[in-house]
Design a protein around this ligand. Structure first.
Ligand code: DNO
Length: 394
């Protein structure tokens, strides 16, 4: 399995040598500076590729093998008036990527908000910090800060009481922090940062879109893009919802095995693939990750490997160390490794250590939340250990 590292580009403070020293050979990157919905050009992709792949004398080569992500514009998700044009633009971006020899593209289809956390630096018992989703803080945001109409219907009396207590104990700084974490969009997010009034407008635009409609919109998108992807020999990998359940009353439709099965049935094209993100899917008790890895093995071209730990209330969770938490990582890697051995060299599954806790030198850096150098290096090292053991026949 090819080992990769997400790189946010030259200004993000992590030099390419970090990737080499971590032992990865492959890079996952995107043109984060291009506004969502604007078509990428082959020249722009080539410039980024040059930056990644032109190794200084004496350094080992790196390959940009996965694009994560080409964002899917909101108009496509809602099938709004601009949807056709936006799909054309998305296809143009995919073509620019393929012209540069990159054959795996990750994307997601989450409405209004992308991956969501309430706390970015929750202190763990080792002194490292982890990202966390605290259900009560989330509900406090929804009910008291966003003040979403009818939000109270989504919570029990006890939930609402707990959210109120949480909210009343918050300082203005806490509130600002929570707004930044949820509405301002985390790094790599493929949705636009929003003010609270914009957030409400966005939700309003989804008022008539339930899970069935939303799934139909995704299938419509896939039917439009997969024939071109096939011709370009590109694999599209849908990233799961994070967390894998509806938020803010919005539908989410890539949260479990049944969701993915429905998409593969509706659009059987071999270009319709999956990014197995164990951290996102692992939050739900209904997802058996080794079983999902086995069931969808031929569709998996890219994997995000990390673990989460559900907390007492079962809806809160934090990002655990890669071999801790609720995910049976050894069993998942074994499934991927087994699938990978059946494939030809050009078809290998690529994985990256997803996220990492902030530790050691990370704690002095102001890097991208979720993407510290040392925490990810620890994650990759542990995953490499599993692979080495499998390779040795253990
Ligand atoms: C968070 C990531 C997301 C993910 C996109 C995929 O760390 O998993 O940013 O890359 O949602 O489109």
């Amino acid at each position: 399995m090819r080992q990769a590292w997400r790189w946010y580009g030259p200004d993000a403070g992590i030099p390419l040598d970090t990737i080499r020293q971590a032992g990865a050979t492959d890079v996952v990157s995107a043109l984060h500076h291009v506004p969502i919905g604007e078509a990428w050009t082959a020249a722009d992709v080539a410039a980024r590729k040059n930056l990644i792949e032109t190794a200084p004398a004496g350094r080992s080569p790196l390959t940009w093998s996965v694009v994560e992500s080409i964002p899917v514009a909101d108009a496509i998700k809602r099938r709004g008036a601009e949807a056709r044009q936006e799909i054309e633009n998305w296809i143009a971006s995919m073509t620019a990527v393929a012209e540069n020899g990159i054959r795996i593209i990750c994307y997601n289809f989450m409405p209004v908000v992308d991956w969501t956390r309430t706390d970015l630096d929750h202190v763990t018992p080792t002194g490292s910090t982890a990202m966390r989703f605290d259900q009560d803080r989330f509900a406090a945001f929804d009910l008291h800060i966003l003040q979403r109409p009818n939000a109270d219907k989504d919570y029990s009396d006890t939930d609402r009481q707990r959210a109120r207590t949480k909210f009343e104990a918050m300082s203005q700084d806490d509130i600002d922090d929570l707004i930044r974490n949820i509405a301002s969009a985390l790094p790599g997010s493929t949705t636009e940062p929003m003010t609270i009034p914009e957030f409400r407008d966005h939700l309003e635009a989804y008022a008539a879109i339930n899970a069935n409609v939303f799934r139909r919109n995704l299938i419509g998108f896939l039917k439009a893009v997969t024939p071109v992807a096939e011709a370009l020999e590109v694999k599209l990998t849908l990233h799961p919802d994070d967390p894998p359940r509806p938020l803010f009353g919005l539908p989410r439709i890539a949260s479990n095995a049944a969701d993915y099965a429905a998409l593969f049935d509706a659009v059987p094209s071999p270009s319709n693939g999956m990014c197995l993100c164990t951290g996102s899917l692992g939050v739900s008790t209904e997802n058996d990750l080794p079983e999902m890895a086995r069931r969808f093995a031929p569709r998996i071209h890219f994997a995000h490997l990390r673990s989460t730990k559900r907390e007492e209330d079962s809806r809160s969770f934090h990002e655990a160390a890669h071999l801790e938490g609720d995910v049976d990582m050894v069993a998942v890697v074994r499934e991927l490794y087994t699938e990978n051995r059946k494939r030809s060299a050009g078809e290998t599954i690529i994985f990256r250590p997803d996220h990492g806790q902030r530790m050691l030198g990370d704690l002095q850096e102001k890097g991208s939340p979720g993407y510290p150098a040392v925490g990810r290096l620890r994650g990759l090292a542990e995953l490499r250990g599993i692979i080495a053991a499998l390779e040795a026949g253990m």
